[in-house]
Design a protein around this ligand. Sequence first.
Ligand code: BES
Ligand code: ZN
Length: 870
Amino acid sequence: MPEPKPFQRLPKSIVPEHYVITLQPNLKSFHFEGHVLIRVKIVQPTQKIVLNTVDLTIDKVTIQRTDSEGSGIVKPTTISTSEDDEIATFDFPRELSIGNYDLEITYIGEVNNKMKGLYRSKCVNANGEEKYSAVTQFEATDARRCFPCWDEPAIKATFDIILEIESGLTAVSNMPVKKLTNIEGGLVQYKFDTTPKMSTYLVAIIIGDYAYEEARSGSVVVRLYAPPDKLSQGQFALQISPDVLSYYNNYFNVAYPLPKMDLAAIADFSAGAMENWGLVTYRETCLLMDPRNPSASRKQFIALVVAHEFAHQWFGNLVTMEWWTHLWLNEGFATFMEYLCIHKLFPEFDIWSQFVTDTYIRALELDALKNSHPIEVPVGHPSEIDEIFDDISYNKGASVIRMLHQYIGDDDFRKGMQSYLTKHQYGNTETEDLWKSLQEASGKPVGAVMSSWTRQVGFPLVKAKLDFEGQDAILSLTQEKFCADGSVEENSPKWLIPISVSTSKSPGNEEVTTVLEDRETKITIKNLPANGWVKINVGTVGFYRTQYTPDMLHRLTPAISNQSLPPLDRLGLLDDLLANVQAGRTPTSEVLRLLLAFKNETHYTVWSSIHNCLCKLSVLLSNTEYYDAFCKYARLLLSGIGERLGWEPRNDESHSDTLLRSLILSQLIWFDDIEHGKKGVELFERRDQRPIPVDLRGVCYRAALRVSNDTNTLDTLLDVYRTTNLQEEKDRIGRALGSLKGDTLLSRALDFSMSADVRPQDSVFIITAISNSRQGRKLAWEFVKARWPELSERYKGLFLLNRLIKLCTENFATYEMAKEVEQFFEKQDCSTSERTIQQSIESIQLNAAWLTRDLNCIKEFFDSENALIL
Ligand code: BES
Ligand code: ZN
C-alpha cells in the first residue's frame, strides 16, 4: 500500500462566505491577471490566514474589517507559499479578532497547457486558423490554480464571477450573464449572477469562439455550446437534456435550482465530462456526433454521459461529500443514476443488462486484487485524491447501490433519496448520512448491511453445494473473501450478503431470498425435479462471486444452451467461472468447455461477456504455441452468430442487434477470420460509392488495417484522422490502429499517436489500443518507456496517466515482465500512480501464475477433439 503523504486540512478559524473573482485572461500571452475579494468570517482569533494556491504569483494582499468594529486596511508582514502543500500563508502584524472581513488578493497566473485549473484549448476554425479558448477544470483540487481559495468541498460559499475579455469572444460561467460593459482597452466585461452556495471545485468558466443552440425544460434554459462549425453535432445531446432534467426533478422531487443549464464541448479535455453546476463541460466525443449518421453506440454513450453529469447536479452539487474519502457517494451514485434515467428514457437500449458487463464486472475484477482499496478510503494529499477516481469509486460504488436498490425496492429508495437531498441541500454529507435516510425510509438495516461493503476491501465468494433429501434439495452456502490468486485468508472478513436463489421450476424468479450473515447457511428447496438446477444471485445483482460444485454446474449447462436460464444469469455464471479459473479454483479447460454451450447465444450483453472472456484467454494464450488453435476455436464459436447477423443492417432491427453486429464482426476480424476480413476490406474500398453504415465503420477500418496491412491503407486513414471535423471518426480510427500487424506499421502508428495531429488527451487511447494486441504489446511498452519523460510530464496529475500505465502493462504474463515493470517504475517519480502500478504488477503475476498452472490442461484441451465439436 502506498505510504500516506503528510497532509493537513485547512484551519477552521476562518470561514469564506462569498468570493468576487475578476479575471483578465490574455489568449495570446497566456497570462491572466486575477483579483479576488473574499468576504470571510473569522470565528477564532488568529494572526495568520492559510488558504490554497498553486502556480499563482501573489502580488498584493490586504484585509479589512467590514462590520461595526471596522478599522483600516491591514497588510500581512509575510506572504509565504508552499508548492508541496499547495498553500499560501499570510502572517499579520497583530491578531485578527472574531468578526467579518474582506480579504483582497491581486495575483497573476498562466492560462496553462496542463488541462487543469484555467487552461488553454486549441481549436482550428473553419478557415484553418488556430485559435485558443480558456477553459477550466477544477475537480478535484485545481480551483486553487485559478484563484486563491479554501479549496475543500465542505467549505461552501457563493461566487460572483467577472471576466474581462477581448470583444468578439463568448464567455460562459455557472450563472447567467447579469451585465455586459465595454471597458478600457477594447475589452468587454462580463458580470455573472451570484451562484448558490457551492464548493470551489464546481466553479467553471469558458471563454472562446463558441456558438450555441437553445432548448427549455420548464423554466430552465438549456444551451449547448460548441465551436460554430460543430454546433449541429450537438443536436442529440440538446434534444435529450430537457428530458433528463425533468426525469431527475421528478425522481428526486427537488427542482433543479439554477435558472439555466449549459452543456459545452471542449476540444482539449482530460476527463470525459465534468459536472460544474450550471455549466457541464464535455470532451467532444462525449457530447457531439454526426447528425446525418447517428450511430447507435454513440447515442447510447452520449445519453449516459449527459445523464451522469446531470445526476451530479443534485448528487454532488446540491449535496456534496464532506471530504474526498466519500468521493464514491458522488461518482457511485451518478453512475447508478445514469442507468436508472436512461432506462426510463430509452427502454430499447436494455441498459441495465449492459450495466453488468460495463460496470459490475469491471469492479469485481479490480476488487479481487490485494492492491484494491475500500470504497471509503482515507485520502489527504491531492495526489492521493486523484488516484481514487477509479473503478472502485465508480463501478463498485454503483454496483453496491444497485444491490441496495434491489434490497429495499424502488419506492423506499426514492423516498429515502428525496429526504436525504432535502435535508442536506447546500450542505455536505458522509456515507452514513445516506444510509440513515435510506434506513428510515425502508425500515431495513441499511447501515449494517452496507458498511460491510463500503468499509471493507474486496467481496465474498459464496460456495454452493446441493444435497438431496427425498423430494427436497438442501442448498448449503458458505462465504469467504474472494482473492484473485485463489488464496484463502485466515480470519477472512464477513459480509452481510443479500442472497437470491432461482431454480429450474421458474427460471427468472427469486424462489428464495435471505441475508447471509454468518459463515454458512442451509436453505431447503422444496420439490426440485431430479435433474433440476439451482442458480444463486438471480439477475447478477449481488456483489459477489459464486462457486458451484461440478454437479450443480453440470445441471445448469443445458439451461445455457437452450437459453431457459435468463441472459444475466447465463452471463454471471460464465464470468464467475472465468474468475474461479483465473484464481486456480478450477482448470481453464472448464471455461473453454462451458463457452461451447453459448454457441447459439443471441443476447448482446451475454456476447459482450463472452467477448470479455475471449479477450482474457487471448491475452494468456498469446504467450503460448496454442494461440492459433485458440483463434480457430474463437472463430468457430463466433461463426453462427456472425452468419445470422450478416453485414447488412436491417431497417427494423433492435438497438441491441446493431451493437451486437459490430461486436461480433470485429471479433471475427480480430481472430483473423478470412471471409469476414475480406468483406470488411471490400466495404472499405467501396466507401466512396456506398458509404459504410456508421455502426460498421470501425469494423471496416479494422479489417482494412489488419488484412491489407499496408502503408497505403494506414496513410489513407491517418489522412482522414487529420482532416475530419468529427471527433467520433478520429476515435474510431485511433482505436482501429490496434488492428495493424507488424512492427513497422505499428511503430508508425505509435509515432503518430504523439504527433501534433493528435490531441494529448487522445494519444493515450491510441497507445493503449496498440498495446492491446499481441504484436503491439511489447512495442507499446518499449515506446512508453522510451517516451516516459514526455508522457509523465504531459499527464502529470491526470487520470490519463494511470489509464496508460494500467493498459500498457497489465496484460503481460511472465514473472520477468512483472519484475521489469516494477524496476522501471521504481526509478520514476510516480506519486499519483503508486496504487495503479502495484495493481499492474499484481495482474501480471496473476497471469504468469495462471499460465504456469494450466499450460498442460490447455494443451490437452486443444490437442483433443474438444475444440472441434462446435
Ligand atoms: N466528476 C467527474 C469528472 C472528473 C473525473 C473530475 C476525474 C476529475 C477527475 C465526472 O462526473 C465523471 O465522472 N466523468 C466521467 C464520465 C462519466 C460519464 C462516467 C469521466 O470523465 O470519465
Ligand atoms: Zn461523475
